[in-house]
Design a protein around this ligand. Structure first.
Ligand SMILES: Nc1ncnc2c1ncn2[C@@H]1O[C@H](COP(=O)(O)OP(=O)(O)O)[C@@H](O)[C@H]1O
Ligand SMILES: [Mg+2]
Length: 405
């Protein structure tokens, strides 16, 4: 059992805040990924959980017990560093033995020599490094060193594993393989993992829960698909997903009983109802924009794209271009016939449209006065969707949206 509960955690370095008042619940057995750009405070947060760095304020609990002031050694948490932190002069076996020699059981006793050896063999076999036990770190490849580092964390059977960008020194192929090994390990052990990375692919593929950090604070927390499908802000929308979500500046107004969006190259009726005028960014993922065939009926949002480049990736094509007000990128399955210099018409279904407040960057939700969520996605002519009072209009609703933590 290892649930980690973090309350109002802050860390300042010489007056500037690296971590600003973070509240976070990590459930027992979670694979929680702390994701964000370099310098956003991931390592600082992880080191505070590990007990390697003192918080400026706030508390950390492990299974309901306040461990904020508990020494790192006594936390029953193991950390794997980006640098692996192996002892260069010791063999793999001795490197794996070291944490065991430091470990004490609840009754204060230490594992016997035989117990240590058996445990090291077991861990080495599970990580497929049992044939390397007599080598020193410099005689290992990057991937092998990485496994020894994970092994050092594993031998102690800690309550939780903390990992700080453990794959960043590996080449692409090995990273993909090690990702799968780590998720397999997590499934087998069922322990709590807290994993730091700036790589959204690692986060999407390994996490049960992603916590997106920006400038020392949480932008959004949720399952990988929650943060992908309903990003809470333009920061999350553009950080997760590659190529990034397209953002088109637009203004929303009410016209003839409908919420209408005007952009540099389009005007679209979004939903029946009314809204105060607002400056927004309309978000569209590259895979949701469609290149319309000549004569094809246009969906809700449609605008021209002047193609500047088409990247052929074999299994898919990424088309880049310009529309008044924005640079736009479209992802489609392998296609021929779109060339730089062409102008094509793009279409987007309403169910794939994201709306963000242009000033705050926060997500806005259209809440129609209808119990049927389907009608939001695709309002049928028969479905009357008056906004639920004044407060339900997009801008007011957006103001009420707090970051999801
Ligand atoms: N020991 C330190 N002294 C001063 N500033 C630090 C120290 N450690 C981190 N910082 C600052 O805190 C911020 C967050 O750093 P860090 O947690 O390492 O970010 P990340 O791991 O997300 O790249 C950065 O601005 C960094 O410069
Ligand atoms: Mg870091």
């Amino acid at each position: 059992m290892a649930a980690i509960s973090i309350t109002n955690l802050t860390r300042a370095f010489k007056g500037s805040l690296a971590v600003r008042g973070i509240d976070l619940e990590i459930a027992d057995g979670d694979f929680c990924v702390l994701l964000g750009p370099s310098g956003c405070g991931k390592t600082t947060l992880l080191r505070m959980i590990a007990g390697l760095l003192e918080p400026t304020s706030g508390t950390i609990e492990l299974d309901g017990k306040d461990i904020t002031d508990l020494a790192s050694k006594k936390r029953d948490i193991a950390m794997v560093f980006q640098s692996y932190a192996l002892y260069p002069h010791l063999t793999v076996h001795r490197n794996l033995e070291f944490p065991l020699s430091q470990a004490r059981r609840a009754d204060g006793s230490r594992p016997s020599r035989e117990e240590s050896r058996a445990r090291i063999r077991e861990v080495a076999a599970s990580l497929e490094i049992d044939h390397l036990l007599e080598r020193r770190p410099k005689e290992l490849s990057g991937g092998q060193r990485q496994r020894v580092a994970v092994g050092r964390a594993l031998v102690r059977e800690p309550k939780a594993f903390l990992m700080d960008e453990p794959l960043s020194n590996l080449d692409a192929a090995l990273r993909t393989q090690t990702r799968q090994e780590l998720t397999g390990l997590h499934r087998r052990l069922g322990s709590t993992f807290v994993y730091v990375t700036h790589d959204q692919v690692e986060a999407m593929t390994m996490a049960t829960r992603i916590v997106v950090l920006n400038n020392g604070a949480i932008e959004q927390a949720g399952t990988p698909l929650e943060v992908y499908d309903t990003p809470a802000s333009t920061f999350v929308a553009t950080f997760i997903g590659s190529p990034a979500m397209n953002l088109l500046p637009a203004q929303i107004t009410t016209a003839d009983g409908a919420v209408r969006a005007h952009g540099g190259s389009f005007s679209a009726d979004l939903w029946p109802g009314s809204t105060p005028d607002a400056d927004v960014l309309l978000g569209a993922r590259p895979e949701h924009l469609r290149i319309l065939e000549p004569g094809e009926a246009a969906p809700a949002v449609s605008f021209p794209l002047q193609v500047s480049n088409a990247e052929q990736l074999g299994h898919e094509t990424i088309v880049y271009g310009h529309t008044p007000g924005a640079e736009v990128c479209v992802r489609r399955s392998r296609c021929a016939g779109v060339e730089p210099g062409d102008t094509v018409q793009l279409g987007l279904d309403l169910r794939h449209l994201h709306v963000f407040d242009r000033e705050t960057g926060r997500r806005m939700e259209w809440i129609p006065d209808s119990p049927d969520p389907e009608t939001v996605a695709d309002p049928a002519p028969s479905a009357a969707l008056p906004a639920r009072g004044e407060g339900a209009a997009l801008p007011a609703r957006a103001g009420a949206e707090a970051p999801v933590a």
